[in-house]
Design a binder for this molecule. Structure first.
Ligand code: ADE
Ligand code: ZN
Length: 266
């Protein structure tokens, strides 16, 4: 996601943090965060070219198939295993379990990476096809503006929604998503949170969901140089809303499990 997507995911997550998790997050956040996790959630993109090694950790790609297999797909360009968004989520989660113990990890960075990557694994095209770099090489027009398919899903759909539905206010969109979570989606949350893995996360499942959304929505009926407008926007926007909300709920779930200890495991 772009900056706004990441901020919205983390604003939702903040609302669902347990007391202990909220306290741990406060303790780990840098001064510049102003006490809000959401302000730090775009950080991993800002350092993407400085932390060169971390660039492949934002995504995972498949060999043009609509399924995700960790052993086949989770690696960087040098073939190092685990160097993808799923491996990164599990790795930074594991690091954060050392909170309160003696550790050599920079847990502030672990938290900021984790919060960012849980957002990214829910952006469908962050689990796309390697051949087109998750839609980055598919040039399209978004209404009259030239862009690429990856950017449409990172930014343009959200921007258009904020402009057309929410009076140009991201905060109004976040409020609408939160309302949905206590209304229409309230019965879905238990399913979204269903994760049997004890100490690891279910990031692998979230990646499988994303490649399915990529095939069935993002790539569907799209070809090089096509113009995408109302038809595409109105059919894909609900997927974007749902993925932002799911990412927020699941980030809170992961953080609550880490910081609440075993007894309060939901
Ligand atoms: N670069 C290459 N593949 C990518 C993807 N799926 N998402 C974001 N950046 C990428
Ligand atoms: Zn990213």
């Amino acid at each position: 996601w772009g900056k706004e997507g990441h901020i919205m995911v983390c604003k939702i997550a903040e609302k669902y943090l347990s007391e202990k998790a909220a306290a741990a997050v406060q303790a780990l956040l840098p001064e510049s965060a102003g006490g809000e996790l959401s302000t730090m959630c775009p950080w991993a993109d800002q350092v993407r070219w400085h932390y060169h090694w971390a660039s492949p950790l934002h995504y995972a790609n498949t060999p043009e198939v609509c399924n995700f297999k960790y052993s086949r797909d989770c690696h960087n360009s040098r073939g190092e295993k685990g160097m993808c968004v799923v491996g990164a989520i599990n790795n930074y989660t594991e690091q954060l379990y050392s909170y309160g113990k003696k550790t050599s990890y920079n847990l502030t960075e672990s938290l900021m990476f984790l919060a960012h990557f849980v957002g990214d694994v829910h952006q469908p095209l962050h689990v796309g096809y390697a051949e087109d770099e998750g839609g980055n090489t598919i040039i399209v027009h978004w209404y009259r503006r030239k862009t690429n398919l990856h950017h449409v899903w990172d930014v343009s759909i959200i921007d258009t929604a904020i402009k057309d539905f929410y009076n140009r206010s991201m905060d109004t969109m976040v409020e609408a998503l939160k309302m949905n979570l206590t209304g229409g989606w309230s019965d879905d949350i238990t399913h979204w949170e269903n994760c049997k893995n004890k100490r690891s996360t279910c990031a692998n499942d979230y990646a499988i969901e994303s490649i399915h959304y990529s095939c069935n929505y993002a790539y569907k009926d799209v070809e090089q140089d096509i113009t995408l407008g109302d038809d595409y926007f109105f059919t894909r926007y609900p997927v974007v809303e749902k993925r932002l909300a799911q990412a927020g709920i699941r980030l809170a779930l992961i953080l609550n499990r880490i910081f609440d200890g075993d007894e309060a495991d939901g």
